[in-house]
Design a protein around this ligand. Structure first.
Ligand SMILES: [Zn+2]
Length: 239
């Protein structure tokens, strides 16, 4: 997707990037977003780009700071299987946005203390994209090997509310599923397939074959990347 965007970027290359300091959080986020759009402007950005906020809180001086990054997909950790054996997409999102403690070695410099301190970090969505790509992080890298999780993660087909992961006053932000990328197999040998909705029904795409599927066949433990389209907005993806 990055390559596609680079080829169809409507903006010329601009060297250097001014850094702005603003007091208000939303202003700062808007300035960063504007800067991004001045350099990167394509149909890919229109549809897939969002803004992620990373909030840091210093345990020594209580200073709060924010950084904003552009994202085209969110990579969600899969929590350990619950006692019922089922994991939901919401649990993955909760874990993704959960406050994380950083020790001194892994924390960035505190702007106020001017040194590395223990701090907490929390990720949230500052700006919602038209299409949000949710990657279920099934592959875990350890020191010596890579392993794949085949945990069944259930996900809603309609009305996924990402409002709780956005700015405090954003209300509900609803998305409907329109495509799934599946990964079958192991770390060493795998096969990708897809399920896509054309608005009338769902089809299963497997290399050269396309077959209709029912909604009940969509949820499997092979679901790997989920594509959700914003439902409570006027713009449409299929234009
Ligand atoms: Zn500090």
């Amino acid at each position: 997707m990055d390559k596609l965007h680079t080829e169809i970027n409507r903006r010329p290359i601009i060297a250097g990037l001014n850094v702005f300091f603003c007091n208000r959080l939303s202003e700062e986020a808007s300035v960063m977003w504007k800067k991004h759009r001045e350099r990167d402007d394509s149909r890919i950005v229109d549809l897939f780009s969002g803004q992620l906020r990373s909030s840091l809180h210093c345990s020594m001086c209580s200073h709060h700071s924010n950084t904003f990054d552009v994202f085209c997909d969110l990579s969600l950790p899969i929590p350990k299987r619950s006692s019922t054996g089922e994991v939901t997409l919401r649990q993955c999102l909760d874990l993704f946005s959960q406050e994380e403690k950083l020790d001194r070695d892994n924390s960035p410099m505190c702007e106020r203390c001017n040194r590395r301190t223990e701090c907490t970090k929390r990720l949230s969505i500052q700006r919602f994209p038209q299409v949000i790509v949710l990657h279920l992080n099934r592959f875990t890298m350890s020191k010596w090997s890579i392993s794949k999780s085949t945990v069944y993660v259930s996900f809603p087909l309609t009305n996924l509310d990402l409002g709780p992961y956005g700015p405090v006053d954003c209300g509900s932000v609803l998305y409907d599923l329109y495509a799934i990328c599946n990964h079958a197999g192991t770390v060493n040998m795998g096969h990708y397939t897809a399920c896509c909705s054309d608005g009338n029904g769902w089809c299963f795409y497997n290399d050269s074959s396309v077959t209709p599927v029912t909604e009940s066949q969509l949820q499997t433990n092979q679901a790997y990347v989920l594509f959700y389209q914003r439902s409570n907005s006027t713009a449409s993806v299929r234009k």
